[in-house]
Design a protein. Structure first.
Length: 77
């Protein structure tokens, strides 16, 4: 499950602003702002969260699931 921290981290790594993420995911800017204000796992419409994750992955990041060391995000090779 994607977390707000991963979302913020992915955006920072990619040097994308909130508007760019919203456009890439085809969601509204207020939606991205709301998601980023959360702590922990994102909640909301599953389709929205999937769209945001796919847009960020297409832009070049890989989300790392919780594996005992904490969830994370990194650039794809």
């Amino acid at each position: 499950m994607l977390t707000a921290e991963q979302l913020r981290g992915a955006r920072a790594i990619l040097r994308m602003d909130q508007k760019q993420v919203a456009e890439a995911a085809n969601v509204s800017l207020p939606t991205i702002k709301r998601l980023e204000k959360m702590d922990g796992p994102l909640s909301g419409h599953v389709g929205t969260i999937v769209a945001v994750q796919k847009a960020l992955e297409a832009a070049g990041v890989e989300f790392i699931p919780e594996n005992g060391g904490g969830a994370g995000v990194r650039l794809k090779k």
